[in-house]
Design a protein around this ligand. Structure first.
Ligand SMILES: [Zn+2]
Length: 154
């Protein structure tokens, strides 16, 4: 299996799936931004490749048509474009990415269906106010401080 992993997939997975794994430099950048210590060794386990400009263009056009543009970050679009380049499936829990992939004829799968998640969730703890978030926000929605990943069993 050839799989492209997005940030939501890497964020919620405790183990990597089997197969040929790919992601984009932007995804690794997001992991680093969230203080995820796995970002450091992920590049050794997953092929990190930039999508072609042509695919990025097609993906941006597609997102405009499906009206997912506002919900998709440039990194999300990179993931979809790379899957298009590699003829790979996307592993993602992001509904907008799934919707766009469907439109572009790219196969995708939610993380939980793969049977690779354990009951361990990566959560984000605010370094400012100490609140804990389930969503991968770029910064604390309350106080704007940096967030750091922390594991918690449910
Ligand atoms: Zn905060």
């Amino acid at each position: 299996v050839r799989l492209v992993l997005d940030t939501s997939a890497l964020f919620s997975m405790n183990k990597l799936p089997k197969g040929e794994l790919y992601t984009t430099p932007g995804v690794i950048g997001e992991m680093k931004k969230y203080g995820d210590e796995r970002a450091g060794y992920l590049a050794a386990l997953v092929n990190v490749i930039e999508p072609t400009k042509e695919s990025m263009k097609r993906v941006r056009e597609g997102a405009r048509i499906t009206r997912d543009s506002s919900r998709l970050s440039p990194v999300d679009m990179e993931v979809v474009a790379l899957a298009r380049d590699l003829d790979a499936a996307i592993l993602t829990d992001d509904y907008s990415i799934q919707n766009l992939a469907k439109y572009l004829g790219i196969s995708y799968s939610p993380v939980n269906i793969q049977g690779i998640t354990e009951l361990v969730k990566w959560r984000l703890k605010c370094l400012g106010c100490g609140r804990v978030w389930d969503e991968p926000y770029p910064e604390c929605p309350v106080c704007g401080s940096k967030l750091r990943t922390s594991r918690s069993r449910k």
